[in-house]
Design a protein. Structure first.
Length: 356
């Protein structure tokens, strides 16, 4: 029997509700696929502040770094908005990412045919879109030194080293090998030296993956192409700031924030979480959409444990509930047969994932 340990960080707001459903689905799939997951719960964000006064207690770092993967809900809420920056829930999450050394952020954009009208884009433009943005997460202009602000003048530094670029490029090419074998690297090499290095190193790494087709786009063109014809993309590889913008743009192609998962990968660790926040406006009402969290669990099976069969079971089960017309309230206007609660949605996906 294959055994895995998962740090479970439910967090705040709808976090606990959606993570409970992800665990329900993982438990169903593990029986079918013959593996076992043990969970260790840890506190982060507002929940941690309430219990310990610290948004990321030492014990959380210990649990997160000693388990095989971290499955995370969301943190934050109005209750903690006025705290100083060091004490805020978001600081806990940034420190967790750093402690795990997760340098690659993966965000798939999935267009479910049944929800095609949820996107602000025309159905014929987005139908069949299946792309993933691979964003460098812990370098580039967000972290570059020197940086400064004196009221008159402000500056930041965009810096990447050869190692940082090659590392994220390898992640993108490895992912492409499991997909349609196409990488589009996005930069601004016509203007920025840092992008010149980016382009050179990505091109060099591509030699290690002769089966993968590589092309390059400037960020301005990429932003346009993503809306004009998203189907042309398979793996989109880019740096921190360009990836921040492109991945949000890409998420709108599928329309609903409650559906989209993400993974952040490091040399050793992986952090899996929905792209949405803690949604305090709907917390505790049993109406949150658990699909993004459940799809994040599927990514964990695929990228952390190599349990492709389990990941596919979950993804097929999600497509089936949507096809049969079950909807949580956020997506209820799109051909709903029945509006279900968070827990009912989780149970249906768990049931279908067991049957497939
Ligand atoms: P949000 O993503 O929490 O919510 C935006 C809107 O989408 C809300 O109307 C919400 O009800 C809805 N929504 C989000 N997830 C949903 C789901 N699964 N099902 C149904 N509806 C859903 O963003 P926000 O309102 O800007 O932020 C709320 C809090 O979350 C803030 O404290 C913010 O700092 C925090 N936040 C945390 C993370 C994280 O933990 N990674 C990310 C973003 C925001």
């Amino acid at each position: 029997m294959r055994r895995y340990s998962v740090a479970l960080i439910k967090g705040d707001g709808i976090g606990p509700e959606i993570i409970d459903e992800a665990v329900k689905v993982l438990d169903a799939v593990s029986v079918q696929e013959n593996f076992e997951i043990t969970y260790r719960e840890a506190l982060l964000g507002g929940a941690a502040i309430e219990m310990t006064g610290d948004p990321i207690p030492e014990e959380t770092v210990e649990i997160a770094t000693s388990c095989d993967a971290v499955l995370f809900g969301a943190i934050g809420g109005p209750k903690w908005d006025d705290l100083p920056r060091e004490k805020r829930p978001e600081t806990g999450l940034l420190k967790l990412r750093k402690a795990l050394g997760v340098f690659a952020n993966l965000r798939p954009t999935i267009v479910y045919d049944e929800l095609i009208n949820a996107s602000p884009l025309k159905p014929q433009v987005i139908k069949g879109t299946d792309l993933i943005v691979v964003r460098e997460l812990i370098g580039g202009i967000y972290f570059g030194e020197p940086r400064g602000y004196d009221g008159e003048r402000a500056y930041n530094t965009m810096v990447y080293t050869r190692e940082e670029v090659e590392r994220i490029a390898r992640t993108a090419f490895q992912i492409a090998m499991k997909r349609r074998k196409r990488v589009t690297s996005v930069d601004k090499a016509n203007v920025l030296e840092v992008s010149q290095l980016w382009r050179e190193r990505v091109t060099a790494v591509a030699q290690e993956y002769p089966e993968v087709h590589l092309d390059h786009l400037y960020i301005d063109n990429a932003a346009m192409q993503l809306i004009r014809d998203p189907k042309q993309f398979d793996v989109v590889l880019t740096g921190n700031i360009f990836g921040d913008i492109l991945s949000d743009e890409a998420s709108m192609i599928s329309g609903s924030i409650g559906l989209l998962p993400s993974a952040s990968l490091g040399e050793k660790h992986g952090l899996y979480e929905p792209i949405h926040g803690s949604a305090p406006d709907i917390a505790g009402q049993g109406i949150a959409n658990p699909i993004a969290a459940i799809a994040s669990a599927a990514m964990m099976l695929r990228y952390q444990f190599g349990e492709e069969g389990g990941a596919e079971r979950i993804e097929r089960a999600i497509r089936r509930v949507l096809k049969e017309g079950y909807r949580t309230r956020d997506i209820a206007s799109f051909d709903a047969k029945e509006v279900v609660t968070t827990s009912e949605m989780g149970s249906l996906i768990a049931q279908y994932a067991s049957e497939l």
